[in-house]
Design a protein around this ligand. Structure first.
Ligand code: TYC
Length: 113
């Protein structure tokens, strides 16, 4: 047996990635999350926004009122963080509900970094 073979004889699980510079992290990447944002406007009634937050985001009345006020005062707020598919659904539900009630309420999503 050659010297090299003797040295590797008890290292059959060697993956060839022992070098400091060539080691790579095993990638277990989680899917990205998306923030759903509600935007302020001058026309949508406060109570309608509170209702939207209760109906589509499962918030209680106090939580919904608080977030509505944050949007009203700051211009926008994150109302939840979801997978891409769930975020898209929430945005579509809010936009459709607002349109059906002829309110200009805007809801968007943004990738969380
Ligand atoms: N600014 C609106 C008003 O004074 C209330 C409002 C709050 C509208 C939040 C949109 O996302 C919104 N009637």
């Amino acid at each position: 047996m050659r010297l090299e073979e003797h040295m590797m004889a008890d290292k059959s699980d060697d993956d060839g990635q022992t070098d400091l510079l060539t080691k790579t992290k095993p990638k277990t990447k989680r899917p990205p999350l998306y923030k759903v944002l509600l935007l302020n406007d001058d026309f949508t009634p406060m109570e309608f926004v509170v209702h939207v937050l209760e109906r589509f985001f499962g918030l209680n009345h106090a939580q919904a009122f608080e977030i509505m006020l944050t949007v009203h005062k700051k211009g926008l707020a994150v109302v939840g963080v979801f997978s891409h598919e769930i975020a898209e659904t929430k945005v579509a539900q809010v936009m459709d509900f607002a349109r059906r009630h002829q309110h200009p309420l805007q809801c968007t999503m943004e990738k969380e970094e």
